[in-house]
Design a protein. Structure first.
Length: 106
């Protein structure tokens, strides 16, 4: 599902390089997301992503945080939107706590 996942810190320079991935939605539209955090919870790896805006003036102040779980099957790694309400609330609270110092969450 993800075309490319860049590794943070792979660039030797100190310039900020966003961790981007392009995903295809259920209608076949490609959307680029920026990974803003990742964590492991109860044996599952999760990514917190927001829709990427290349220009600062295009940043949506009300952007929705999307939480994806990383799974693996015979074909390799895949990403899934977390749709279980209990898991979403649990993992969302963990990301909110971790990201509250860097982002205006409210």
């Amino acid at each position: 599902m993800a075309d490319e996942i860049k590794t943070p810190g792979a660039d030797a320079e100190n310039e900020y390089q966003p961790d981007l991935m392009t995903l295809e939605d259920e209608d076949g539209n490609e959307i680029t997301f920026e990974v803003i955090d990742a964590l492991d919870h109860k044996g599952v790896h999760y990514l917190a992503v927001v829709e990427y805006a290349e220009e600062e003036e295009d940043v949506d102040e009300d952007a929705q945080l999307v939480i994806l779980s990383v799974g693996e099957d015979a074909d390799g790694e895949y990403l899934d939107v977390v749709d279980d309400d209990e898991t979403l609330m649990e993992v969302g609270a963990l990301f909110e706590k971790r990201l509250s110092d860097s982002f205006d969450i409210g």
